[in-house]
Design a protein around this ligand. Structure first.
Ligand code: DGJ
Length: 705
C-alpha cells in the first residue's frame, strides 16, 4: 500500500509505516502488522506529539535522519564534518522509490554537500534489512564519524537484552531496564569479538523466550561495531546499530560514497523464540544456506585430540575409530604448515611442513577418504608470526602505525589484507592447498584482537574486513562447494554479516557441556543450529576441568551441527558403541534438528532448561530436559512442552541414544516408555520429570499420531 505521503511495507506479520514529506519523513511504526491502511492522514494525526515547555516549538521533527538542524536532540544518523564545517546537515527528501517490500529514501543537503540514501527492505520472514550510504557532493573531503541505522522503539519497550562474553564464555545474557541515557555496546577489537551481542533486543516488560514483543537489531559486519538503546528526556526511545569507525577512518573524497554495513531488524510478537524463528527462516531461505546443499556432516575435529602433535599413525587410528562411529568429516587443525610446531611460529607460511608431512597431506587424505570421510583443514590466513618466512621477507605487510610493531597477541601480528600484494599472497597460498588437495571445508581462525590496525598511517579495520569478505568470496568462487567455518579463538567472530559468507561457526573453544548449554542457547537466538558447530568434548573438559557424563555431552552436542573433539581412540569400547548410536541418531534426526523451530520453554527455575526443536508442520519434536544444577525441591517442576498443536495427539517417550542418565529416585515417572497426549495437555499438565543428577540431560521424542 502506498500513496504520495506514506509507504507501508508489510511482510509476514510485520509492518513498517513511513510518512513521507520533503520537509519531514519519519517512521510512524515498526512492529506488528497494521493491516490495510486507507486514510493515512488519521494515522499521522494520531502520532503527532505535544510539545513541552523548555523544548523546541515544533512537534517531534527528528525524522528518519534525526538531524540536530531539525531540533532533534538525540544522536543523529550521520555524524561527520568537513574540517569542522558541515557538521549539522539538514536533509530534504529529494526522491524515493517504493515497492511492496522495499523503500529507498534519498535526502540531500545542497549547502553541506551531502546526499544520503537509506533503504528498508523486507528480505523474508518479516526480517527488515536497512542499508545506508552517504555521498560527498561537496568539493572538499568529508570525514564520517558514524552512519547509524536508527529505528524507533514504542513506549512499551521497557527492557533490553544483549550479550557479553569472553573466551570460553561467549554470549552471557545482560538484561536491563531501559532508562534515560544511552546503553552502548561497543566493540573496538577490529573483529567481531567474544563480547559481541549479535543482536541487541528491546522488549515489553517481562518479555521472555515465549512471550512479549521484541524489537531487535543486528549489525551485518565483522569489524568494529556499536549497538545502542537510547532514551531521551522526552521519553522517546530508539535502537541503533552501526559500524564503529575509528578516528579518521572514513574520509570520503568529493564524488565518493561510504556505504554503512547493513543492519538486520527483527520484530517478534511472540517473544525471543519468535525472533529466532524469523532469523532462521530468513537465513534458511538463502540459496546458499548449507542445509540447501546437503545434510550437515558429522564432524571430527582433531584439535583437542592431538593439538600440534601431528603424527600419521595417531591420526590414522583416529580416522579408523571415527569411521566406526560414523563420522563423515575429518578436520585437521592447526600445525600442518611451515614451522608451526607450537603457537609461536609459522603463521603466514601456508606451505605443508616437510618435517611433519614429508609426503604432503596426500597420505592422510587418502586414509580419511578410504574411511569414507571428507577432509577439512585449518587456516588462520589473516595472521603472521614474527618467526615465519613471510614476516622475514615482508615485515612491512602487517597492519601497523608509524612504523612501530604492534604488541603481539598469541605471539602473532595481523597481516594487512588491504595491501594488494599481501592479499594476493594469502589468496595464492590458500588457493594452492585447496587446488592440490581434495578439501571440502576450511576452518578459518582469527586468534587475536587488532591493535594499531593502520594502513599507511590510517585506520583500516573497515577495509580489512571487506578484504576478508572478498577473500572468502574469491576462494568459494574458485572451489565450488567449499565450506568455510568462521572461528576466532572459538566464538569471537559470529555475526550476521559473515553469516552470509560462511557455512558454520565455531561457537566456543569451551566444549564443557554445561557452559555449552548456555552459550548455544543464546547464540541460537540469531543463528540456526545447523550453522553452529557443537562437539562432544573430552570427559574432563580441557577448558574448565569439569567432568561430565557422555550422555550430557552428547545430548548437548546434538542441538547444533554435531561433531566430536576428543581423542576417541581413548574412549572405552562401551563409549565408542554409545557414540555410534548417537551418530546414527544424529543422522536420522538432523533433518528435523536443522529445519524446525527452536523452542526454549520458560521454566521459572534456574535448575532446568527445557529446549527443543519442533518441525515446521508440528508433527515431530525432540526436546531436551536439562538439569543445569541441583534442584531446590525434592520434586522437580513439570516439563511443560510448548510449540505443538494443541489439538493433535502425540506419542511421547524418552529416548536414550547414549544410554540412560542416572535416575536418583526410589520410584520414577510413568511416561518414559511412551504415552499419548495432545498438545494442550503437554502444555498444560506437562510431564513429571524423573529426578536426575545435576548436569545431566534427558531426551524426549514427540511424534504426532
Ligand atoms: C583457536 C580455535 O578456536 C581452536 O579450535 C583451534 O583451532 C586453535 N585456535 C588452533 O590454534
Amino acid at each position: 500500500m502506498k500513496s504520495s505521503s506514506f509507504v507501508h511495507l508489510r511482510q509476514d506479520g510485520v509492518s513498517l509505516l513511513v510518512s513521507l514529506a520533503p520537509e519531514l519523513s519519519r517512521i510512524i511504526h515498526w512492529g506488528e502488522d497494521l493491516g490495510d491502511i486507507e486514510d493515512f492522514d488519521d494515522y499521522l494525526a494520531a502520532s503527532i506529539e505535544s510539545t513541552a515547555h523548555a523544548e523546541g516549538d515544533s512537534p517531534d521533527q527528528s525524522g528518519i535522519w534525526r538531524e540536530q538542524a531539525r531540533g532533534a536532540i538525540g544522536s543523529p544518523v550521520l555524524k561527520g564534518h568537513r574540517r569542522g564545517k558541515d557538521f549539522s546537515p539538514l536533509f530534504v527528501l529529494s526522491g524515493h522509490t517504493a515497492t511492496d517490500q522495499e523503500l529507498v529514501l534519498i535526502g540531500e543537503d545542497l549547502s553541506a554537500g551531502l546526499r544520503i540514501e537509506t533503504s528498508f527492505r523486507f528480505v523474508g520472514a518479516g526480517v527488515l534489512v536497512t542499508s545506508q550510504n552517504v555521498t560527498n557532493t561537496g568539493s572538499v573531503d568529508y570525514c564520517i564519524e558514524d552512519l547509524a541505522t536508527y529505528l524507533p522503539l514504542p513506549d512499551s519497550a521497557q527492557e533490553s537484552l544483549d550479550f557479553a562474553g569472553r573466551w570460553v564464555k561467549e554470549r552471557q545474557p545482560v538484561r536491563r531496564e531501559i532508562q534515560p541515557g544511552v546503553v552502548s555496546r561497543e566493540v573496538r577489537e577490529g573483529r567481531t569479538s567474544h563480547d559481541y551481542t549479535i543482536l541487541q533486543l528491546a522488549m515489553t516488560a517481562g518479555g521472555n523466550f515465549r512471550s512479549g514483543e521484541v524489537w531487535s537489531l543486528g549489525l551485518m559486519f565483522s569489524g568494529n561495531s556499536r549497538h545502542t538503546i537510547e532514551q531521551l528526556q522526552s521519553g522517546r526511545k530508539s535502537i541503533s546499530a552501526s559500524e564503529l569507525l575509528m578516528p579518521g577512518e572514513m574520509i570520503v573524497e568529493p564524488g565518493q560514497s561510504y556505504s554503512g554495513a547493513p543492519v538486520a531488524a527483527i520484530f517478534s510478537s511472540s517473544g525471543i523464540d519468535g525472533v529466532s524463528d524469523r532469523s532462521y527462516r530468513w537465513l534458511r531461505s538463502r540459496p546458499n544456506h548449507p542445509t540447501k546443499i546437503r545434510p550437515r556432516p558429522l564432524t571430527l575435529n582433531v584439535w583437542e585430540a592431538v593439538y600440534f602433535d601431528h603424527d600419521m599413525e595417531k591420526l590414522t587410528e583416529l580416522a579408523r575409530v571415527a569411521k566406526e562411529i560414523g563420522v563423515e568429516r575429518f578436520v585437521l587443525d592447526d600445525g600442518w604448515f611451515g614451522s608451526r610446531r607450537d603457537d609461536t611460529s609459522g603463521l603466514g607460511d601456508w606451505v605443508i611442513s616437510k618435517d611433519v608431512w614429508p609426503e604432503g597431506l596426500g597420505p592422510l587424505i587418502d586414509v580419511v577418504k578410504a574411511n569414507g570421510m571428507e577432509f577439512g583443514l585449518w587456516f588462520e590466513g589473516e595472521m603472521v608470526n614474527p618467526d615465519s618466512d613471510l614476516y622475514r621477507a615482508h615485515p612491512d605487510w602487517i597492519l601497523s602505525v608509524a612504523g612501530r610493531v604492534p604488541d603481539t597477541g598469541r605471539g602473532q601480528l595481523v597481516l594487512d589484507l588491504t595491501n594488494p600484494n599481501c592479499y594476493q599472497h594469502v589468496f595464492d597460498q590458500t588457493n594452492k592447498i585447496l587446488t592440490d588437495y581434495e578439501i571440502s571445508y576450511i576452518k578459518w581462525d582469527h586468534n587475536r584482537p587488532l591493535v594499531d590496525p593502520g594502513h599507511h598511517g590510517k585506520a583500516a579495520v573497515h577495509e580489512q574486513t571487506k578484504a576478508l569478505y572478498r577473500l572468502f568470496t574469491d576462494l568459494k568462487a574458485n572451489h565450488l562447494g567449499l565450506e568455510i567455518e568462521s572461528c576466532a579463538s572459538g566464538g569471537g567472530r559470529v555475526d550476521l554479516g559473515i553469516a552470509q559468507l560462511v557455512d558454520r561457526f565455531w561457537v566456543s573453544d569451551c566444549n564443557d557441556a554445561l557452559e555449552r548449554q548456555h552459550i548455544q542457547r543464546y547464540t541460537q537466538i540469531a543463528i540456526p543450529p545447523e550453522m553452529l558447530g557443537s562437539h562432544i568434548g573430552p570427559t574432563e573438559s580441557h577448558t574448565t576441568g569439569r567432568v561430565h557424563s557422555l550422555g550430557f555431552r552428547a545430548i548437548t552436542a546434538l542441538f547444533g551441527h554435531a561433531g566430536l573433539e576428543w581423542d576417541i581412540t581413548t574412549a572405552t569400547v562401551d563409549e565408542q558403541a554409545q557414540l555410534k548410536n548417537w551418530a546414527t541418531y544424529y543422522k536420522k534426526n538432523r533433518d528435523l534438528l536443522h529445519s524446525g523451530q527452536v523452542v526454549r520453554v520458560e521454566t521459572g527455575s534456574a535448575s532446568t532448561f527445557i529446549h527443543g526443536v519442533v518441525s515446521q508442520d508440528q508433527s515431530r519434536a525432540i526436546f531436551a530436559y536439562v538439569t543445569i544444577q541441583g534442584q531446590a525441591a525434592s520434586r522437580a517442576d513439570a516439563i511443560f512442552i510448548e510449540g505443538l498443536d494443541s489439538n493433535r495427539s502425540y506419542s511421547v517417550k524418552a529416548a536414550y541414544p547414549v544410554g540412560k542418565p542416572v535416575f536418583q529416585e526410589r520410584t520414577g515417572p510413568a511416561w518414559l516408555d511412551g504415552i499419548v497426549l495432545n498438545g494442550k495437555a503437554l502444555n498444560q499438565i506437562g510431564l513429571r520429570p524423573p529426578i536426575l543428577f545435576p548436569e545431566t540431560a534427558l531426551l524426549i521424542e514427540i511424534e504426532a499420531i
